[in-house]
Design a protein around this ligand. Structure first.
Ligand code: KG4
Ligand code: ZN
Length: 342
């Protein structure tokens, strides 16, 4: 059974093919044109999706060595994300499904990220605890089954990736700055700049105070040393990266203890962070739990996770009307395949 997955929620146009639930092609076209603007420009993103989506789809079919007529279903990201970007993927999915006479399956982007943990061996056992850390979301989710999820913690302000990107901007990096903080922190001293740990009760997160504390510390130092950033770049990157990673992991392990879960996974763009990956693995060993992080190409936005989630939904016959519309967020909406937000 061949199924096509389409992802266009932010600034990556991606199309994948899965055969009986196994990914056989996954093509990602990342929109690099946003970097000069310091962030994703929604209008530009949707225009670039429109330009790229046919080519990326052709490439995904070619790499899978199949024709569109071999497909049996079309899965697509219906939300959450940027409205215009989602509209391009949704409309394209509708066009293909209608012209080929195929069923459509709407996939929630966050569910896709969770299921990215199941694209390769070894797979986690369910139930598991999942930390989703991307540019737009930070959530702790209990995955009771493939498609049964419960949010137990979330950010009250910025997402972890957003915090990385905003702090990177203060250091003079282009967007997205998260990977550049990672790269530049390699030989840095993690204790160089003392930073406060955000105080949010329970399993929720907050990152805005950390960003402000970093900004004020930087401003003060720059007054006496205009070259402060250049002279201490790796130490500054290492300090903020250490703080964000420790904070994320502390909350995650608190949740694991609270819910007595011994299978843990981290997904989303920030899970590509090398320090987070290393710290997570060593902490899992210390705490005697099993830890999973997808391989790099499945951490950031990709259609492989959408195709796989689509396949699971297809198995449950969770089809979508050809007249469906995408959704920018899940607040006040009850989309059938989205994670239920408390
Ligand atoms: O999941 P994703 O590709 O897109 C969204 O759905 O948001 O996540 C993108 C985010 C960006 O904020 C980017 O800076 C961050 O993931 N990111 C990283 C790293 N690679 C990507 N943050 C820290 N270290 C990295 N190596
Ligand atoms: Zn994402």
């Amino acid at each position: 059974m061949y199924l096509l997955g389409i992802e266009s929620s932010c600034d990556d146009t991606s199309v994948a093919v899965c055969k009986d639930g196994h990914i056989i092609s996954n093509v990602v076209s990342s929109q690099l044109k946003h970097s000069i603007h310091g962030g994703v420009v929604p209008e530009l993103a949707s225009r670039l999706h429109t330009k790229n989506i046919s080519v990326v789809t052709r490439e995904a079919l070619d790499r899978a060595n199949i024709e569109a007529t071999d497909l049996e279903a079309i899965a697509f990201t219906a939300g959450p994300g940027l409205s215009g970007s989602l509209m391009v993927g949704t409309s394209f999915a509708k066009g293909m499904a209608l012209s080929l006479g195929l069923p459509m399956i709407e996939v929630d982007h966050m569910v896709g990220h969770i299921l990215s943990l199941f694209l390769e061996e070894p797979k986690p056992k369910l139930p598991m605890l999942c930390l989703i850390v991307s540019g737009g979301h930070t959530q702790l989710v209990l995955a009771l089954d493939y498609l049964e999820h419960l949010v137990v913690g979330k950010t009250l302000d910025d997402a972890a990736g957003e915090a990385f990107d905003k702090i990177a901007k203060l250091l003079g990096f282009e967007y997205p700055g998260g990977p550049l903080i990672d790269k530049n922190s390699k030989d840095g001293n993690i204790h160089f700049l003392p930073l406060p740990t955000p105080k949010v009760p329970g399993l929720d997160f907050s990152f805005s105070g950390l960003k402000t504390a970093f900004l004020y510390a930087l401003k003060k130092k720059l007054e006496s040393d205009p070259q402060y950033i250049n002279n201490h770049l790796s130490d500054l990157c290492a300090s903020i990266q250490h703080k964000i990673v420790q904070y994320l992991l502390d909350k995650m392990f608190e949740a694991a203890h609270q819910y007595d879960i011994r299978q843990l996974g981290i997904v989303g763009g920030v899970s590509a962070n090398s320090y987070l990956r290393a710290q997570f693995q060593s902490r899992c060993i210390t705490e005697k739990v099993r830890g999973f992080i997808p391989r790099f190409e499945y951490c950031t936005d990709n259609a492989a996770m959408i195709a796989f989630a689509g396949y699971k939904l297809w198995q449950g016959k969770k089809f979508t009307s050809h007249f469906t519309e995408c959704y920018a967020n899940t607040k006040n909406s009850s989309r059938p395949n989205a994670i239920k937000n408390p």
